[in-house]
Design a protein around this ligand. Sequence first.
Ligand SMILES: Cc1cc2nc3c(=O)[nH]c(=O)nc-3n(C[C@H](O)[C@H](O)[C@H](O)COP(=O)(O)OP(=O)(O)OC[C@H]3O[C@@H](n4cnc5c(N)ncnc54)[C@H](O)[C@@H]3O)c2cc1C
Length: 461
Amino acid sequence: MKKLADYTKTDVLIVGAGVAGLYCALNLPDNLNIIIITKGELEECDSYLAQGGICMLRDENDYDSYFEDTMRAGHYENNTESVDIMLRSSQDVVRDLIKYGTRFEKDEKGNLAFTREGAHSAPRILYHEDITGKEITSHLLKAVKKLPNVTLYENVTMVDIISSDMKNDLNPYCQGIVAQLGNENGKLIRILSNEVVLACGGIGGLYEHSTNYAILTGDALAISLKHGIKLRNIDYIQIHPTTLYSQKPGRAFLISESVRGEGGILLNDKGVRFTDELQPRDVVTKAIHDEMARTGQKHVWLSMEDIPTDIIKSHFKHIYEHCLEEGYDCTKEPIPVVPAQHYFMGGVDVNSDSRTSMEQLYAVGETSCNGVHGANRLASNSLLESLVFAKRAALKIAEEYDNTRYDEELADMIDVHEYENMEQIVSTYKESVLSEIERMKKYHEQHNNEIKRRRPDSVSA
Ligand SMILES: Cc1cc2nc3c(=O)[nH]c(=O)nc-3n(C[C@H](O)[C@H](O)[C@H](O)COP(=O)(O)OP(=O)(O)OC[C@H]3O[C@@H](n4cnc5c(N)ncnc54)[C@H](O)[C@@H]3O)c2cc1C
């Protein structure tokens, strides 16, 4: 792989190569030069981990029900325009994925097969075994690698953006980034670009227990805070109800929602079922936490005894194999499960074209917040949301590219030596994001209390 030099110039720079970054690149015009960077290895991103699947609006008859399921899961705080766009774009996106080679499960007649997950009132989720994310992302990556106008660089970490705010511009624009090559002592460089797309994924790396890759530490959020770029709902963090309980350190292994969708039930330490497993994630998570507190246990149990063994071994092949490695045969016995940080509904505030509050700066995928998920994400809506709005970013960039501003002096105004103490920067960034999450949490609590005070008979969703 080629090495990046200081002062490298490109037309569009995409920070992140998950589904959002890759699909954005695939939808940009081929006359633009594109650089994509990733903080770790190419495959070290949450897109590869998605198990359950990707939602699709099956037909017009399902529109109202899918819309309502998304809104209800999101506590009706969703942006209805974004939800509508996502649903209406879903078939196009799926057609594209199939065109790039993604294989989705089919029924005996050769039609696409759909599964169901928690809080969905109908089966509308496409899947490939229980490795849908890997199937989609690897095919997108293959397609991107064929594009002559795109260059991918691994192990390059964005540490800041370059913006005209340095010149006290009242309407600042972005013009590239400062990045570090390799490890914490790596060389610092400037990558200059007329348009920058933040596709940096979630924030699980900020937490002790998370299903996310540890390198995903919300860097785009910290950098946005530093530059006064608007964030939205960054305290809206989804905890997944069921990850395999393990005493080993490292990323928590997810037990997909569709296991419960297919009939998996939750049991306490006495083998007694204590909740409806198909409620929205936050409700199931609360029920598990309450049960753990009541019984004093570190986990609850998930039983798959009502799921036929052949379905477990085909649809949930990787979960089955992973559980075996951990010493549990899930076709014969319940497995211990515990909630863990999983998904980030908030993020860098964007409009329906994925534009941030700073010109020439876009944000897509889990790093961004267009309000589609409201306060809580409906299962399997995130791959879809990432793809739909990444494409919209690409189309908008194509439209506005000729009018972008560019100032030769900006890169020279950056002193890369200011970024040499990376340990300090990482710790400051982490602290700033976590304190902003706490601040927003308090703000939402006060806001909700105020609503209750004004309408004492209102019941929270
Ligand atoms: C275990 C698990 C299971 C899931 N299952 C499903 C599912 O079934 N269905 C569904 O819809 N969703 C699922 N999700 C959520 C979904 O996978 C993610 O929301 C989605 O893949 C996010 O894609 P992304 O492109 O935004 O980010 P990612 O795929 O996480 O990619 C982030 C990229 O940003 C790069 N990056 C980050 N910071 C920097 C930096 N400072 N400099 C340079 N590069 C940087 C990373 O290197 C990486 O390339 C699941 C998530 C997990 C963790």
